[in-house]
Design a protein around this ligand. Structure first.
Ligand SMILES: [Zn+2]
Length: 461
């Protein structure tokens, strides 16, 4: 079910929630406000209901850290907390709770309890992201971080910077792991924002208005100190070890993913590997349509345990190869298609030539037998987008003009044409340009006439 949190945007007059979730995992609280999914204040719950307390231990989405889930408990019944977001100008914690068919009223006292495992995994990866950030941005590579996110299994950061290699990022993660092993204790400090700025915890004074008057700094001595509202491990040893999952190029810069769990690597790569296998299969299917004798062995599927970076790289190379093969096969198919097209055009032109011959035969028969005065234009025929027009002046001393359009000009070898004429004892009178050949024929010989045209037409090709 799609939940529209925006219905809670414009509600005023609700007190800021006091957040107690840094140091305790449960809290007994009376229900302060209830809202239905339309954002209307109600006095008792229906199945899915927004609920607000004066105080909460549930973390709301913020600072790239996802919300806590967990339960509200009343009379030994658990009601699932599905989501927690800060609304009402971002300072009231709103819990989305599934009350099933039970009814909860304003003033009822419930026990809040968040999912500790989920929270701890978030804290591990959130703390890791601080350490990774400080190591990458400030200590080793002078990278710039542009975005960051995390879930229970991993944290990912998008960086921009030069000369970044897998080995360099691995070096950063190795350095972070040294701090993990030192088991550095978290030190939580509250100070004025001026003090935070003077300590260098706020980098730019232009951002200073964004902070509350009293800020919270979380320090892991000699590793990282950050102004942060997120949740963190009590000591870096809780992270145990950080694994570099992947370094991928992103739209801008590159994306580094690390995890405190080794099997995240397999989980991460199996998705990528299945995706790349599908791409390879799709391209192979396309190639087979072009060339049914194409063959390339595709590793069919993959076990989770096989899904690692090396196997992904291997498949990536295979993808590059098959993409290249596709380009080649595509080109070959295009050429073949073009050839077929030309053959078709040629065949249809041959047919036209035959038609021309027939009409010339008819014409010459009429010319010889009947000595009729011919119309000025005998024929205008399109051949390969070019036209040939035959003109006649008179019968006894017949002049025939062949008007050839520009497209045919290059194909008509005029010398060759003159040779043909000479062979058949036809006088060539000449014309205004290469495009016009004027023939003067004193004695019309039916066979010669046909042969000249036939050879000339053949000569076009
Ligand atoms: Zn933090």
């Amino acid at each position: 079910m799609e939940i529209n949190w925006n219905v809670l945007n414009d509600i005023n007059g609700i007190n800021k929630t006091e957040y107690l979730g840094y140091h305790q995992n449960n809290l007994v609280q009376p229900v302060k406000y209830l809202f239905n999914l339309k954002g209307e204040k109600v006095d008792h719950s229906t199945s899915l209901t927004f609920i607000v307390f004066d105080k909460t231990v549930f973390y709301a989405t913020g600072g790239a850290q996802p919300f806590d889930t967990g339960y509200l408990i009343k009379d030994n019944k658990n009601y699932e907390v599905l989501d927690v977001e800060k609304k009402f100008i971002k300072n009231v914690y709103v819990h989305l709770v599934d009350f099933k068919n039970e009814e909860i009223k304003i003033g009822d006292v419930v026990t809040q309890k968040y999912d500790e495992k989920r929270r701890h995994n978030h804290s591990i990866h959130h703390t890791a992201s601080h350490m990774l950030y400080t190591m990458s941005v400030k200590k080793i590579l002078n990278l710039e971080e542009i975005s960051q996110g995390l879930d229970e299994e991993k944290t990912w950061s998008q960086f921009t910077g030069d000369n970044v290699t897998w080995d360099k990022i691995q070096e950063i993660v190795d350095e972070v792991n040294k701090d993990v092993e030192k088991n550095i204790i978290q030190n939580e400090m509250f100070m004025s924002k001026e003090e935070a700025f003077n300590n260098g915890y706020i980098a730019y004074d232009k951002f200073i208005d964004r902070y509350d008057n009293i800020v919270r700094a979380v320090e892991f001595k000699d590793s990282t100190t950050d102004l942060c509202g997120g949740t963190h491990v009590q000591s870096t040893g809780e992270i145990k070890h950080l694994y570099l999952v992947d370094v991928e190029s992103a739209k801008k810069g590159f994306l580094v993913t690390v995890s405190a769990f080794q099997n995240t690597i397999n989980k991460h790569f199996i998705i990528k590997i299945k995706n790349i296998l599908n791409q390879i299969k799709d391209i192979k299917a396309k190639i087979l349509k072009l060339n049914n004798s194409y063959s390339l062995d595709i590793p069919y599927d993959v076990e989770l345990s096989q899904a690692n970076r090396n196997y992904f790289e291997y498949l990536n190379n295979l993808l590059i190869k098959i993409q290249g093969d596709f380009k080649i096969e595509n080109k070959l198919a295009q050429i073949k298609q073009q050839e077929q097209l030309e053959k078709l055009t040629f065949n249809s032109d041959v047919k036209k030539i035959n038609e021309i011959n027939v009409s010339i035969n008819n014409f010459s028969n009429q010319l010889i037998d009947n000595k009729i005065l011919m119309p000025k234009t005998l024929k205008s025929i399109q051949v390969k987008k070019a036209s040939i027009e035959l003109y006649f002046n008179n019968i006894d001393n017949t002049n025939i003009l062949l008007l050839v359009s520009a497209d045919l000009k290059n194909k008509l070898n005029l010398n060759k044409f003159l040779d043909i004429l000479k062979k058949y004892n036809v006088n060539y009178v000449g014309g205004g340009s290469n495009l016009i050949c004027q023939l003067s024929i004193n004695k019309i010989d039916k066979n010669n006439f046909e042969n000249i045209f036939f050879e000339w037409l053949k000569n076009i090709y």
